[in-house]
Write a protein that binds this ligand. Structure first.
Ligand SMILES: [Zn+2]
Length: 169
């Protein structure tokens, strides 16, 4: 992906994330609530790619909105095997449980744009991984999954920190 396209996706992401958290109800396509976790799940490929840059892997993210916490998933997530789905959803549930969304929601547009990859963000990711594993998620699946992100999209400090923390659990 070239830099211009990346920059545009980045800008669109921040705007969409901000709009969604302020307004809620941004998505038309709801899928069934997942059993057990009781999360509001929405399916929207565009939002997932805008928010994460991930196009070729199952992916989910959680957004705190005026209509409550909502998890947005892509199509590959709906098609993933159940154990990986549960593990990823438990990670998102970890963010809710840990109260991360209130913090992110309090950020303005600029700080939100630079939040991912910050040390606070990395701490949130590590804690959400830990919560997922401690609540029945698969540590192995999570490690394999982070490895797939690394091989498809390149290594990052966040990925290194998360893998190291998971291995020490
Ligand atoms: Zn996360």
């Amino acid at each position: 992906m070239n830099l211009y396209k990346k920059a545009n996706i980045f800008i669109a992401t921040i705007k969409a994330s901000y709009r969604f958290s302020k307004g809620g109800g941004f998505f038309g396509i709801a899928v069934d609530k997942t059993e057990g976790l009781g999360l509001n799940i929405y399916h929207n490929d565009d939002f997932v790619v805008m928010s994460t840059g991930i196009t070729d892997l199952p992916m989910a993210l959680v957004v705190n909105t005026t209509i409550g916490n909502s998890v947005i998933v892509n199509t590959l997530m709906l098609e993933a095997d159940k154990r990986l789905q549960d593990t990823i959803l438990l990670h998102e549930e970890g963010h809710i449980n840990n109260g991360d969304l209130g913090y992110i929601n309090s950020l303005g547009l600029y700080k939100r744009a630079t939040f991912r990859g910050s040390s606070i963000s990395n701490d949130f990711e590590v804690a959400a991984d830990k919560w997922a594993v401690e609540n029945g998620g698969s540590k192995r699946d999570l490690l394999v999954f982070l490895g797939r992100i690394k091989s498809l999209y390149g290594d990052t400090k966040e990925l290194r920190i998360r893998r190291k923390a998971l291995l020490s659990l």
